[in-house]
Design a protein around this ligand. Sequence first.
Ligand SMILES: Cc1cc2nc3c(=O)[nH]c(=O)nc-3n(C[C@H](O)[C@H](O)[C@H](O)COP(=O)(O)O)c2cc1C
Length: 182
Amino acid sequence: MGYREIALEKALTFIEPGPVVLITTFDGKKNNVMTISWIMPIDFDGHFVIASGPWNYSFKTLLKTKECVVCIPAQDMLQTTVRIGDVSGADCDKFSRFALQPLPAKTVKAPLIAGCQACLECKVTDVISRYGFVVLQAKRLVRDKNKALGRLWHAVGDGTFTLDGKKSNCRRLMKDKLPPGL
Ligand SMILES: Cc1cc2nc3c(=O)[nH]c(=O)nc-3n(C[C@H](O)[C@H](O)[C@H](O)COP(=O)(O)O)c2cc1C
């Protein structure tokens, strides 16, 4: 019984947010896509924050174009999603390398990716450089009408992933906290 101290580096494996998403950008010449697991909603007006940095080509494009699409991968896309996060669009065309089909978005130039569960077209509203925080606001949300919404992948932070599990409905307990539409 009782607590035992463990390596502080493991802290993030207890609090990794999620889900793991794909973020597409268009730099004016080619489409690109990166994997992000550090993503968190911050209000009910469609704002959320991702944590990234200048070592990613997508980060530079995000700062330049101020827009992107956040794609929620289908359940069977985990391997591709991890591979996408292992190479840079600075060196290759990830859409052709991973046989991704780009589809036009309506409010941004970055593409949707065919076959994802849902895609959020987003504008960059703020950047907090010290931590590489990019604040996004969703402008349009689409979901694949032929696909049932599946479970979502979450990164543990140590190279392993969990799939969302059992759902519990506590809507009645927190009805005062839920804005209209949710
Ligand atoms: C599972 C997974 C999660 C990742 N999460 C993040 C993240 O939250 N933030 C980040 O900056 N990079 C993250 N990465 C790394 C980027 O996806 C990776 O550096 C990518 O190659 C960047 O591509 P780009 O240079 O074409 O933008 C993650 C990679 C993987 C495989």
